[in-house]
Design a protein around this ligand. Structure first.
Ligand code: WTA
Length: 658
């Protein structure tokens, strides 16, 4: 680094706040702080977001909170999400690009709103002809190809909620979700590209169908014109269906605002993922509203969120929000380091991307790869978002300097699968940026920090606690699919008066630790429950443990989170073996494979550690916290509640022997 660079870095490191550039503020969709006052008119403030959509029927009640926590938004309103994301743009923007897709091998597709309309209509006709009915959940297991959003929007058009399963999930994870949602139709694809290889994807569906307790119809897209891998005769090729329905139009079904739009399964504190159910009206309003105010999206922008549509970020911030606003949304099929580490910046340059949205894991990776991969690429972002994990100030500064060229805003957005959209974030033209802090509450959102007894923690104290949300918002999940009790138990019970019918007595528990500074900015500290965040992917420790317990040799296991410079967190698996079984490379391999089979390769453990015993409380509960301390090389802390404190000490000595 030159002296000048060192000087600049020193200056930036000391700087606590960064002002948005004037040119940004001048063009921003929202720059008047009065927006917060408008949204403080609760719940009417949120009508501002709903008014960004086209409704077939106006709502008569903004919020029905008579039966908390089963809140209803925009009651009486009717709309269709696919019509809002496509049809209403046809007159003004029919020939503009809706989805700009780049395949890993370099092929590109510019799909105009008119073409998207055609494709979605044909697919909607195909689904209907295959027997998909309104309100039936369609499970979609697909990678980052245009057929994925086409299928989602086709489902939305005919009022069939979709449940998209991230392509990296295993056959077992897929069959669990198909069973849980009782899907009669599963949509998949023959394969896709990853780091230059054509991956056989359909084999996961083949295997999954053996574990589904009913007999769904499997519809298969093909990555090329013809299938590249064996496709079972029992399956239906989407291409054949589309040919039968060429040119057909399907009237978008008018859905009640409260009708579900989709399910998104996510990890919680048990071995079974839960289906977060999102409503049509409130969700879409919140997606469009935050894309407008937080992402600063304008129709003429090229916007690129590099997440995968298989997670919530892709649903809200690649598909529904951007398309509802009529912009151009970029989708890239493959890996950011294929064929080399400059791929991201080549795409940014080629398509003249204005807004770039990614994860802190990606930023840390770019930082590690070095600036030489960026140099020479001519791109100019005005807005950059991070999501999914805390971003350390060093990574933030690097992003700001080297990717943003010090003249783009960075927006660190905190939210969850359950929340539908951003809840803690700055509005980039209004607040200054503060590296390491997600920022303030989004308009109309009321976060707070509670201690373990449910008492609010005052920002002045600088004390960390449980992040909660004290009043409802339109993007919130409706329930856990088919399990209202679990919905209450997971999110509400702890800090609410569950006997009360007064919505003021109901508080949403996020499961994250946070601290609020006196300037009102929240810093998110990470999960307090048994959920891990591995490279921005949400994983349940109990899900990993339940996969490990499938291995015969294993007696007991516990998963601990280890801090990782690149991925944020990685799982360490501590295992005791059954009597008479010796530890071996084979057993280790079996455990790793069982996790890959139960969840997916992305959940592979950092280390499998064989131990004689696991630290337990007197009542026999495994103390993961101690294992976490050991994995992270920290002091053991308080061990007085342990049945046998020497167990923890032995494990520590075993791991940190040198
Ligand atoms: C974490 C992803 C710090 C948090 C949208 C949350 C964050 C979990 C941030 C949800 C952020 C999300 N700073 N941590 N800006 N955003 N998280 O459901 O622990 O995949 O509870 O939704 O990610 O993960 P999920």
């Amino acid at each position: 680094m030159s002296d000048q660079d060192i000087e600049l870095e020193a200056r930036l490191t000391e700087q606590e706040y960064f002002e948005p550039p004037e040119e940004f503020v001048e063009q921003a969709n929202v720059s008047d702080p009065a927006v917060y006052d408008r949204f403080d008119e609760f719940p009417e403030g949120f009508e501002e977001y709903a008014e960004m959509l086209d409704w077939n029927e106006e709502w008569d009640t903004v919020l029905d909170d008579s039966n908390p926590p089963f809140y209803e938004w925009f009651v009486g309103g009717e709309l269709n999400a696919s019509a809002n994301c496509i049809d209403r743009h046809l007159d003004d923007r029919g020939d503009e690009t809706a989805i700009l897709w780049e395949g890993e091998e370099g092929e590109t597709r510019h799909i105009s709103y008119r073409e998207l309309h055609e494709e979605v209509n044909e697919m909607a006709a195909a689904l209907r002809a295959s027997g998909v009915e309104e309100d039936e959940v369609v499970t979609i297991h697909m990678p980052m190809v245009p057929a994925l959003p086409v299928t989602m929007l086709a489902c939305a058009r005919i009022g069939a909620p979709h449940s998209v399963v991230f392509a990296g999930f295993s056959a077992t994870a897929l069959s669990d979700r198909v069973n849980s949602a009782d899907s009669d139709h599963v949509v998949t694809i023959d394969g896709y590209y990853r780091r230059g290889d054509f991956l056989n994807h359909i084999e996961k569906a083949d295997e999954a169908m053996g574990n589904v307790d009913h007999d769904p119809e499997v519809l298969v897209w093909t990555r090329h014109d013809e299938p590249e891998v064996d496709v079972s005769d029992d399956y239906t090729l989407v291409a054949d269906l589309l040919a039968e329905h060429e040119g057909e139009e399907v009237e978008p079904v008018s859905r009640d605002a409260e009708d579900p739009l989709f399910l998104m399964y996510t990890s919680g504190t048990t071995g079974q993922p839960k289906g977060c159910q999102h409503r049509t009206g409130g969700y879409l309003a919140y997606a469009a509203g935050t894309c407008n105010y937080v992402e600063d999206i304008k129709p003429e922008d090229t916007y690129w969120c590099s997440a995968d549509i298989g997670w919530i970020t892709g649903h809200t911030y690649i598909v529904y929000g951007p398309l509802a606003l009529g912009t151009t949304t970029v989708m890239y099929e493959g890996a950011p380091d294929y064929p080399d580490k400059s791929r991201t910046w080549e795409i940014a340059e080629a398509y003249d991307v204005d807004i770039f949205h990614t994860s802190p894991t990606a930023v840390r990776q770019f930082m590690k790869w070095g600036t030489e991969h960026i140099e020479g690429h001519d791109f100019d972002f005005r807005h950059m978002t991070t999501v999914g994990e805390p971003i350390q100030p060093e990574a933030w500064l690097w992003y700001y300097q080297h990717i943003g060229g010090e003249d783009a805003v960075i927006v660190d957005t905190w939210w969850q699968t359950e929340t539908g959209g951003h809840l803690i974030t700055n509005l980039p033209a209004i607040q200054d940026m503060k590296p390491g802090s997600a920022g303030v509450a989004a308009p109309g959102i009321e976060p707070a920090i509670y201690d373990d007894d449910g008492e609010p923690v005052d920002a002045e104290t600088g004390q960390a606690g449980n992040l909660v949300i004290e009043r409802p918002w339109p993007g919130m999940l409706q329930t856990v699919y088919g399990d209202d009790e679990r919905f209450i138990a997971e999110y509400w019970e702890r800090f609410s008066d569950t006997d009360s019918n007064d919505s003021e007595d109901w508080v949403y528990e996020a499961g994250d630790g946070a601290v609020q500074a006196t300037d009102g900015y929240y810093r998110i500290l990470g999960r307090l429950d048994d959920v891990m965040n591995v490279a921005g992917h949400r994983l349940g420790t109990m899900e990993i443990e339940s996969a490990v317990s499938e291995v015969d040799a294993v007696a007991e296991s516990a998963v601990a989170s280890r801090e990782d410079a690149e991925k944020g967190e990685v799982p360490d698996v501590y295992v005791t073996l059954r009597e008479g079984v010796e530890e071996s490379e084979e057993v280790r391999q079996e455990i790793v494979e069982s996790i890959e089979e139960g969840i997916g390769k992305f959940a592979r453990p950092n280390e499998v550690i064989f131990v004689d015993d696991l630290p337990k409380t007197r009542s026999g509960k495994i103390m993961r916290r101690l294992l976490e301390n050991i994995s992270n090389g920290e002091d053991l802390g308080n061990t007085t509640t342990l049945r046998d404190p020497s167990v923890a000490e032995r494990i520590r000595d075993q791991i940190h022997a040198d």
